[in-house]
Design a protein around this ligand. Sequence first.
Ligand code: GLC
Length: 634
Amino acid sequence: MIRKYSYSPMINTGAVVKSIPSESAPLPYFTLDNGVFTYKMSPDARIYGLGEAVRGINKRGWIYESWCSDDPFHTEDKRSLYGAHNFLIVDGDDRFGVFIDYPTRLTFDVGYTDPDVLTITPEKLHLEVYIIEADTLRDIVREFRALIGKSYIPPVWGFGYGQSRWGYVNREDIAAVADKHEKAGIPIDMIYLDIDYMERFEDFTVNGERFPNFESFVKEMKQRNIHLIPIIDAAVKREEGYRVYDEGHEKGYFCKDENGEDFVVGVWPGMSCLPDFLSPEASRWFGMQYKALTDAGIDGFWNDMNEPALFYSEKALCGAFDQLREFEGKTLDALTYFSARDVFARLSNSNEDYSAFYHNAPEGRFCHKDVHNLYGYKMTESAMNALKELRTEPTLLFSRASYIGAHRSGGIWTGDNHSWWSHILQSLQQMTGLNMCGFLYSGSDIGGFNGSCTRDLLLRWLSFALFTPLMRNHCAIGNRSQEATAFGDTEAFRHIITLRYRLIPYLWGEFLRCVNEDDMYFRPLSFDYEDDRAAAGIDDQLMVGDRLMIAPIYKQNTSGRTVYIPEPMNLIRMSGGEITTERITKGRHYVDMPLGDVVFFSKGKLPLADPAMTVAELDFENLTEVGEEIKKNS
Ligand code: GLC
C-alpha cells in the first residue's frame, strides 16, 4: 500500500509515474516539527536504501545529504556522492518504506545525532512524502518501484566487458586495446572514449587528426563486435563558431545568471555554458545533438559532469584573484596561509555558484540550488528521449549524476572511486541501495579510477564485478595502466572475464526478470531470509538474481574468507578455467579462495553458456547446467 502526503511541492520532478491522491490524514510514523520529520527507531531497526550513499548496507549510524556532488574522494565520512536517492526502508518494530520527492538538499540523520532517532530535514518544506507498506522487504521495494516506473534495459551486449581509460587519445590506442584483448583471448564488447576523442573537449565533435575516418573506424570495430562508447559532458564549451554553442546561445537554451546572460563555468573545455535540461525545448535540442555520433554508427554513451560539476565560475574566478592580491606582500600566519592556499580550492562546486544561475522549467523560473538534484537526471532523460527517436535498436546509456526517475532512461556508474581495497566492498554495498531505487544497470570503475591498481586488486575486483550488470574497467589519466592485459600473465584475467560471459544467460535473464517484476537484482541476505537473525547482520555478501549468492574477497593478501550460508547450497568454484561444484551446508564456513579462483554459491542448478569472445558470439540456447537442485532442509 502506498500513501502520499503533499507539502506544497514547487515542481513536478517526474520521479513518480503513478498518480496517487494526497492523504489528508497526518503522516504516519513521523512527527513533523519545524520542518523536520522525526521517527523513533526501535533499537534493532535496520535502515536500508539511500542509493549510492557510502557506508554499509544498513545505513544506521551516519548522516547523509542528498546533494549531487562531484567528489572524487569516496571516504566513509562523506555525506553525498553523485546521486540523490531519497528512498529508505525501516525494518524494525515498524516496517515501511519512505520516499521524499524533493529536488534539492535533504539531510537524513540516521541515528547519527541520537542513535535511536531518524530525522529527515529538507531545506524548505516543499515536497511530497510517500509511505510504502507491504508484507516483505522485497515487496516494499516492488511497490516502490512500480510507483517510479520500469528500470532502463540496455542492449544485451551492455552485459559484456568494457575497457575504458582517460588517456586513450587516438585511434591507435583504442585499436591496441582491442588487439591485446583478442591476442590474450579475453572477451570484450565495449571500448570507451573519454574526453580526448573530442575536438577541444567540445561535445558532439570528434578530433579528425587523432580519429581520422571516425565512421569507418566505428564500423571496423563493430565488425569485430566491439562497440565504441563516447563520453558526453554536460557543459558546452563557450566558443563562437562551435555550432552547438552558437545554437544554444542564440536560442537561449543555456542556464542564465541573474541578469539573463548565459552563466559561464569552467570545466574540462574551459569556459562553458550549462544546457537548461529543465526546459523541454532545451532538453530536446541537446538530446538531438547525439545524432552527430549516432550517424557515425555510435550506439552507446556515458553522460558525465552532470551534477553539474563546476570547477569554477567566471565570476568567482575573478573574485579569487582579488582575494589573493589581498594576501600579497603580507607576513602570513599559518591559518592565513592555509586560507590563501585554499582560495582556488573553494571555488569548486560552491553554493554561491549553484545559487547564481536559473532554469526555465514549465512551472516557471527556478534558481538552480532549488532544483539542483534534477540536473543529471534530466540530462539522462534528454539523451534517452532523443536516442529513442534517433535509433531503432536499444542504446547503451549511463550517467554519473542521478535522481530517482533517471533509472527509467539509463544506468549509472558510481563515479571517481579509488584503487583501494575498501572500494570493492563499498561498491558491493552501494549496489543494494541503487537497486532499491531502480538503478539496476549499474557498476563501479573496476580497478579504481584514481590511484594505481595492482594485479591482485584487479583480479579480486573483477571477481566481484563479473556479477554487476555494468562491468567496466576504467581509470584516470596519469595512473598506471590497469587493463586486464597490463599485468604480464593474462591467464587468470581471461578465466574470470570468460566466466562472466558464461554466466550472461543467467545474469541477463535475471536482470530482465527483475526489471519486469520490479525486483532487486542485488539483494542483502536479509531480504531473502527475513527470519534469519544471522543473515540480517551480513553486509559483505549479496544475493544475485533468484538463485546466486556471492561473497567476494575485498582484502589484500587474503586467500579465503568466512561465508554465511543461509540454506544448503552449491559451492561453485572456477579455478584455472575449470568449474567444479560441491555441496555446502547451512551455517558459517571458512572458504578458501586463492587469487584467481572465483567462488560463488547457488540455490539450485545454474545454466552456463560456452565461452565466447563477445556477446554476439554467445550461444544462449545450448547451455550446460552446473550444481544440483537442493531441498531447503537437506
Ligand atoms: C570525470 C569522470 C571520469 C572521466 C573524467 C574525464 O572525472 O568521472 O570517469 O574519466 O571526468 O572525462
